[in-house]
Design a protein around this ligand. Structure first.
Ligand code: NAI
Length: 720
């Protein structure tokens, strides 16, 4: 038996089959391994000496990470996609039948990623054993790529863990860790990695002679009392109808109907429950074919690939080596500084020294870090011992002690040029010449911060987003003086902090803040033109942004927004100037959520209510009129996209891919639209230019199309 992607050994009647995709770093599933897979199954079916099977992986930390996504891009017709899924169904049904029909129990030995098609494969076994390895996670993340679990996941998962739990996993795409998986009945046992195969073989051997139930059902998981209760509810048609209705409502609330994949996934689950497996599998195949060629899925995959590529990118063209960072100094332990300290210790494993102005600042910073670590312990992502060890890495002070040892200093004090310049000067007195100094400014040009630096070549920006622990993007900003070694040091450290990193050229607002300003300005222009706050925010949410621009201004702080808008106006002049309305708001003591006065009403607890109608008076605006959603999002989005194009044209961005990643991961540009450049390619650069020309005629020069858009409109070449 010739196998390229598996090792196959029979020991004492038990076949141990390990997946090991040739010439690939991780195991994925796709037509490339179907032949091998079928050969394996056939041998098990026919070899009488084989009484039971253990499936596992020869790759470390990786059971089966999911489908071979590159293969998806080769599918151009819906029917082609559906046909591949039908082949996969045949294969998986055969594996399931090894126990149910051939009486050979199948134990899945899971260590590392068991995702998408990987989990669906695992569901075909009679039993699943997972390791307690931190890298072990089980999930159906397909909807995040705009498709549905189509390898039987919408059918077998609900039968194993119940409809409600399965829907939660399938519709959110969130994976579960081993202990949670055990609790919900997804795996039968959790064991240390060292004994995985020993236990798996023992269980396989014990199961010989016990009739397989098929359908991935395991005996033990059905015994948990909560599980029985849920199942009782789910077996009652009225209870079930309610459950599906609730799940659908919750999903639509989140997706606004803009993401077809979760809707189809939910439908497939429902069809399987109501009409049986065969209909369910067929629904999976049909829906997969439809979704795989949808623009939404293509855009989501585009973003996914782009972020994968960024994992290997250094952001420099030379092969300068990064400085190894084991000690980080953080200046300012406020909202951002404390977050930066947290990810530096928790994710990057660095020792962190925070400097604050007084003991209050010190306490606040350390409390923040400690809370974040405690959360990780509660969620069992680390043991309490590991939590303590991590906390011990973080110390804070009100003087400069400890900074002389830093490999990297990140500054996150107030947004004041003088303060930042002054601190850089003081730090330079202390640190070695090769230590990198990064500023987390959100708008001040790095070259100005570095204006008096003794070593401007080691000064750059590391622009994080709030909340630092959650937001995936890091924008590294380099000046003409920044050297490659400093850049690659920041990039590599950012990756260790778990960030997707883009490197951009210095300038007012860099990339993300710069494209945000025309976006916010246009919302103010619309207010001036009579649109209501609700209409503006709703139009943008309905277009796919997580929050509307005016609510965002409340969240960021109206004073902060006004400050940034002013910096941009000083730099770019009228082209980027909004209507002068922020001053009126600030005079009326409106700073947004933080002082409970903004575009919206806030109660004593800081909870947001409806729009504060008195805001129009503060803005000096009269009665509102109705503007269409299309006009609202058309203007706001065009303004943002045009500025992004200018950033590409001026070389602020290294690539359109970076521009898409920055907008999606930093600003919440709708992922299913792929980012500003991907989106322009969708609508066509010529159409985009025509739209901007039209807007220029109506509203003025601020909409004049960037030259690069005209160039692409003419050449017809895509931007991405
Ligand atoms: P914050 O006000 O929460 O924190 C600033 C901290 O710096 C305060 O705790 C203050 O005590 C401390 N500080 C002031 N002077 C200091 C000094 N001389 N030495 C040591 N510590 C000092 O402000 P936040 O929001 O954390 O912002 C910090 C920086 O990050 C600003 O430059 C801001 O523009 C930037 N930023 C903020 C974002 C946000 O969403 N809040 C996003 C990205 C960047």
């Amino acid at each position: 038996m010739e196998l390229t992607h598996f090792s196959f050994n029979v020991d004492d009647g038990i076949a141990v089959v390990l997946l090991d995709r040739a010439e690939e770093p991780v195991n994925t599933i796709g037509p490339a391994i179907f032949d091998d897979f079928n050969t394996v199954v056939e041998r098990i079916e026919t070899d009488e000496s084989i009484k039971a099977v253990v499936f596992g992986s020869a790759k470390r930390n990786n059971f089966l990470a999911g489908a071979d996504i590159r293969f998806f891009d080769t599918i151009t017709e819906a029917e082609e996609g559906a046909a591949v899924i039908r082949q996969l169904h045949t294969l998986f049904t055969r594996i399931e039948a090894l126990h149910a029909v051939h009486d050979k129990p199948v134990v899945m030995a899971i260590d590392g990623a068991c995702l998408g098609g990987g989990l669906e494969f695992a569901l075909t076994g009679s039993m699943r054993i997972a390791t307690d390895n931190r890298k072990t996670q089980l999930g159906q993340p397909e909807v995040q790529l705009g498709i549905l679990p189509a390898g039987g996941g919408t059918q077998r998962l609900p039968k194993l863990v119940g409809i409600a739990t399965a829907l939660d996993m399938i519709l959110t795409g969130r994976p579960v860790r081993p202990h949670k998986a055990r609790k919900i009945g997804l795996v039968d046992e959790v064991v240390p990695r060292e004994v995985l195969y020993e236990v798996a073989k023992r269980r396989a051997s014990e199961s010989i002679g016990h009739l397989g139930e098929g359908g991935g059902s395991s005996f033990k998981s059905f015994l948990a009392p909560t599980h029985l209760q849920d199942l009782a509810l789910e077996q009652n048609p009225v209870g079930r109808r309610m459950l599906f209705k609730k799940a659908e409502e919750a999903m639509l609330e989140k997706t606004k109907g803009l993401y077809p994949a979760p809707q189809r996934a939910l439908e497939a689950v429902k069809i399987g429950i109501e009409q049986g497996n065969a209909a369910g599998y067929e629904a999976e195949a049909t829906f997969f074919g439809e979704l795989i060629i949808s623009p939404e899925s293509k855009a989501l995959r585009g973003i996914f690939f782009a972020s994968q590529m960024k994992k290997h990118a250094t952001g420099i063209s030379s092969n300068a080596e990064p400085k190894q960072v084991s000690k980080v100094g953080v200046l300012g332990g406020g909202l951002m500084g404390a977050g930066i300290a947290t990810v530096s210790a928790l994710k990057a494993g660095a020792t962190v020294r925070i400097k604050e102005v007084d003991t209050n600042g010190v306490e606040h910073a350390l409390r923040h870090v400690s809370r974040q670590i405690a959360k990780q312990v509660t969620r069992r992502r680390m043991t309490s011992f590991e939590g303590e060890q991590t906390m011990n890495k973080v110390t804070a002070t009100t003087n400069w002690s400890g900074f002389e040892n830093a490999d990297l200093v990140i500054e996150a004090v107030f947004e004041s040029l003088e303060l930042k310049q002054d601190l850089l000067g003081q730090v330079e007195d202390l640190i070695e010449d090769d230590v990198v100094f990064a500023s987390n400014t959100s708008s001040l040009p790095i070259s100005q911060i570095a204006a008096d630096a003794r070593h401007p070549e080691r000064v750059l920006g590391m622009h994080y987003f709030s909340p630092v622990e959650k937001m995936p993007l890091l924008e590294v900003i380099v000046t003409d003086d920044t050297d490659d070694r400093a850049t690659v040091t920041a990039v590599e450290f950012g990756k260790r902090q778990g960030k997707t990193v883009i490197v951009v050229k210095d300038g007012p607002g860099f990339y993300t803040t710069r494209i945000l300003v025309p976006y916010l300005n246009e919302a103010f222009f619309l207010l001036a033109d009579g649109a209501s706050v609700e209409a503006i925010d709703e139009a943008m949410v309905n277009w796919g942004f997580p929050v509307g621009p005016l609510l965002l201004t409340d969240e960021v702080g109206i004073d902060v927004g006004a400050h940034i808008v002013k910096i941009m106006r000083d730099a770019f002049g009228d082209r980027i100037a909004g209507p002068d309305m922020m001053a009126g708001l600030i005079e009326d003591d409106r700073k947004g959520r933080k002082n409970g006065r903004g575009f919206y009403l806030y109660n004593d607890k800081g909870e947001r209510g409806s729009v504060d109608d008195s805001v129009y008076k503060a803005l000096g605006l009269g009665p509102r009129r109705v503007l269409t959603e299309t006009e609202i999002h058309g203007r706001i989005v065009s303004a943002m996209i045009n500025e992004a194009a200018r950033c590409l044209e001026e070389g602020v961005l290294q690539s359109s891919l970076d521009g898409d990643i920055g907008a999606v991961m930093g600003l919440g540009f709708p992922p299913f639209r792929g980012g500003p450049f991907w989106w322009v390619d969708q609508v066509g650069a010529a159409n985009m230019v025509a739209k901007l020309d039209g807007l220029t005629e109506m509203y003025g020069e601020r909409f004049a199309p960037a030259q690069i858009l005209r160039d692409h409109a003419e050449s017809g070449k895509p931007l991405r």
